[in-house]
Ligand binder design. Structure first.
Ligand SMILES: Cc1cc2nc3c(=O)[nH]c(=O)nc-3n(C[C@H](O)[C@H](O)[C@H](O)COP(=O)(O)OP(=O)(O)OC[C@H]3O[C@@H](n4cnc5c(N)ncnc54)[C@H](O)[C@@H]3O)c2cc1C
Length: 390
């Protein structure tokens, strides 16, 4: 049996890596586990809003972000373009973060490795290990059972952080089946990278077109002539259509406005689909005796934009703050951790509710999208949500 750690973080994506970073910076003993080694890809649109970059700066990553930009790994954004079914367009400048930061298209291959490496640099121990299940004794989580190179080990900790994404092993083991996300608060999305497209430099494009509302298709440039391209749809709507996401992408690329931008020899690569769980579903439990859930494991994606990176980092910050207090007070049961759920609610719930309401109106009144976009000013609520949350 290995020695008991203060904190085991399961999953080294943005949510887990920032939680591990902040706790390690506060002097805690942190073991960060991931089934993959880094760098690794994660199916995503790669759009990282300035607010998320602020959080990285606060964690001491300014220089690392600047280096990634200088190397061309992060592509800076200045504007967004929303396109309605009839082709009305709204182009608006993106807001800078509180610390003067930019938004980026930051492929997850680079973005996630940057935070994971930072966590290690500030003192977290990283180990490649696939967690099979949480260890539970008398109703309290006391660690995880993890497999490394075929060897299964019981790893004990005062607190386990479930940061293992939308298919979270930790969340599935702790939450009853009846308390999981329902289809109206979930989505599926497809992402590909495209070579040889005429991009709008430094501009993210969202296409709210009829067949996939309240979802949308996107073109997010990663470099001149290259982009992350994809589309996402609410799961209950997707289940009602016989069409596959890949066919929808083919349709999107065949739209005259897009087709004329495809250069000779253009090609798609790294096509992948993945799921999203929205933060708009009520009564989702984030804290347990000895455990908290962060990021996609908690289900904190914005239901209108599909953005989850910023919320993952926010939840990681709030979890680290609460865990630090719980360890100081020697109360690592739910009583000591429930402040985290409250903090998440205060930080995120109003935005989730607003976004879900707006999403529902887009379903009921699709013609409004044309009307709104043709009338919208950059400070309207729809534009603002897309602007701040991407
Ligand atoms: C197609 C698509 C497009 C998206 N586009 C955007 C976008 O443009 N902008 C945005 O902000 N958000 C976007 N999102 C949402 C965003 O990808 C997620 O919200 C974000 O990745 C959540 O981060 P996380 O750290 O919680 O989880 P993840 O990034 O999923 O990280 C979880 C980690 O846990 C590890 N893990 C999983 N299971 C285990 C296990 N059993 N044992 C050990 N390790 C494990 C995984 O290897 C992984 O490294 C998109 C999502 C999809 C599906």
């Amino acid at each position: 049996m290995s020695k008991e750690r203060e904190v085991i973080v399961v999953g080294a994506g943005p949510a887990g890596a920032i939680t591990a970073t902040i706790l390690a910076q506060q002097g805690h003993d942190v073991l960060l586990l991931d089934k993959q080694t880094f760098p690794r890809d994660k199916t995503c649109g790669d759009a990282v809003p300035s607010g998320a970059i602020d959080i990285l700066y606060n964690a001491g990553m300014k220089e690392k972000v600047e280096t990634a930009v200088a190397r061309g790994e992060f592509y800076p954004l200045t504007h967004m373009r929303l396109v309605s079914p009839k082709g009305h367009q709204l182009i608006a400048p993106l807001q800078r973060g509180d610390l003067g930061t930019d938004s980026y298209i930051a492929p997850r291959l680079y973005f996630d490795a940057l935070i994971q490496q930072h966590a290690v640099a500030v003192g977290a121990e990283f180990r490649q290990a696939q967690v099979e299940t949480p260890l539970v004794e008398n109703g309290r989580i006391v660690g995880v059972k993890a497999r490394t190179n075929g060897l299964v080990e019981n790893l004990r900790a005062k607190i386990v952080v479930g940061a293992d994404g939308v298919t979270s092993t930790i969340a599935r083991a702790l939450r009853p089946q009846t308390a999981q996300h329902v289809d109206a608060h979930r989505a599926v999305a497809l992402r590909a990278y495209i070579e040889d497209i005429e991009e709008f430099p430094h501009e993210v494009e969202f296409y709210l077109y009829k067949n996939i509302l309240p979802g949308y298709a996107w073109i997010f440039p990663t470099a001149p002539g290259q982009a992350n391209i994809g589309l996402g749809m609410r799961l209950d709507h997707f289940r009602q259509t016989p069409r596959k996401l890949k066919d929808m992408l083919t349709e999107f690329l065949a739209m005259p406005a897009i087709q004329k931008r495809l250069k000779q020899g253009w090609k798609l690569h790294d096509i992948a689909t993945w799921q999203l769980n929205f933060g708009s579903q009520r009564h989702i439990q984030y804290t347990y005796d000895g455990a908290v859930l962060v990021g996609d494991a908690a289900g904190l994606i914005n239901p209108l934009t599909g953005g989850g990176i910023h919320n993952s980092l926010i939840s990681g910050e709030l979890a680290a703050q609460t865990i630090h207090e719980a360890l100081l007070n020697s109360d690592t049961l739910q009583t000591g951790l429930q402040a985290y759920a409250k903090r998440c609610h205060n930080a995120l719930w109003d935005g989730m509710k607003r976004s879900y309401r707006l999403q529902k109106s887009l379903i009921r009144f699709p013609f409004l999208v044309d009307f709104l976009i043709s009338r919208l000013q950059a400070n309207s609520s729809l534009a603002k949500i897309f602007l701040t949350k991407l």
